[in-house]
Design a binder for this molecule. Structure first.
Ligand SMILES: [Zn+2]
Length: 332
């Protein structure tokens, strides 16, 4: 099976159009036409992960964090990013990143996995993404069906029953607009005449963070102990406890401090995330308890999540979870 077939599946679960603007999700190294020998899932794609992939007979790494975020101007091996890319290219190992697009989906996303570990029910996106949009176009008769299929196969349509005759009307999440127009342009050889309207509805399935409830309320300290155990955290840095039970819990894998306002607005008793800075802890201000469990710790089960996403669909190649611990933060 070719790498591009794997990519198509991953992108149907977490469309690249849902990634944040600073992100670099997608195929970073490798040829999409190459045959898959084996796949290694990991949180980071470092030199050690490339070595592990080679040792375990894998020629594809599917990592959460992109090894390349910004443009590289030389490849001389002077830092770990360049060395990783060089090692991957020399050894014919492809690197694919599924990052903030996997953070931003409700189903089979990073935060859903954290919620599952903590035992949260009735989960919903904490900060739903921008409004939904609708694109309408009249297509040339000869290419209408082909263009409709090109859009449908992107898997980005929220409402998919709007394809008929020469008409195309498709409802999608705002960030998907570029991908839909590209598909139309590629099929028609030019952009169609179209208009796009913003809908009043908000998408409830795409966005940042997640909020859910525990089956039974728990005293704060007991909850933090539970959190430390299930998330295998070396330590938890938290704000002052408020002397109440915990039932509503907001989570955001990685660096989630930007979501504190949403967590408070939605009455989260605890906000679980990572990468909090000293001054940001003050912002809890007695309104919720911030629990910083560490960036790696909050996202480590993403390695299993990516494994599950792939194994749920394919069984024709070897698939492994990385054993190398890439956490650069150690605790004394
Ligand atoms: Zn992260």
């Amino acid at each position: 099976m070719k790498i591009k077939e794997l990519i198509n599946w991953l992108e149907s679960v977490a469309p690249p159009a849902y990634q944040e603007s600073y992100d670099n999700s997608g195929l970073i190294v490798g040829n999409p036409e190459a045959e898959i020998k084996g796949v290694l899932t990991s949180l980071d794609a470092t030199e050690a992960i490339v070595r592990e992939a080679i040792e375990r007979g894998c020629n594809v790494i599917v990592a959460h964090h992109p090894i390349v975020f910004k443009g590289l101007k030389q490849l001389t091996g002077q830092n770990y990013v360049e060395r990783t890319i060089i090692a991957a290219i020399k050894n014919d190992v492809a690197i694919y990143a599924i990052h903030t697009n996997l953070d931003n989906v409700l189903h089979q996303g990073v935060n859903g996995k954290i919620a599952e570990k903590i035992g949260l029910k009735n989960t919903a996106i904490l900060a739903p993404k921008r409004e939904l949009k609708k694109l309408s176009a009249t297509l040339p008769a000869g290419l209408a069906a082909q263009a409709q299929e090109a859009v449908r196969s992107l898997g980005l349509a929220v409402q998919a029953d709007l394809f008929a005759g020469q008409k195309l009307e498709v409802v999608f999440h705002g960030p998907a607009q570029g991908a839909i127009l590209n598909a139309l342009r590629n099929t028609l050889g030019q952009a169609p005449v179209y208009d796009v309207v913003a809908l009043e509805n908000k998408s409830l399935e795409v966005g940042s963070g997640l909020i859910g409830t525990l089956a039974e309320p728990m005293p704060e300290l007991e909850f933090l102990q539970h959190l430390k155990t299930v998330m295998q955290a070396g330590c938890i840095r938290h704000t002052r406890l408020l002397g109440r039970n915990v039932q509503r819990v907001a989570v955001c894998g990685g660096a989630g401090s930007f979501l504190l306002g949403q967590a408070i607005a939605q009455q989260a008793d605890v906000f679980v995330t990572g990468d909090y800075k000293y001054h940001e802890f003050f912002d809890a201000d007695g309104r919720t308890v911030i629990a910083d469990i560490g960036h790696f710790e909050s996202e480590q089960y993403t390695i299993d999540l990516i494994y599950e996403i792939i194994s749920g669909k394919f069984s024709t190649f070897a698939l492994h979870c990385a054993k190398t611990n890439t956490n650069p933060v150690l605790y004394l």
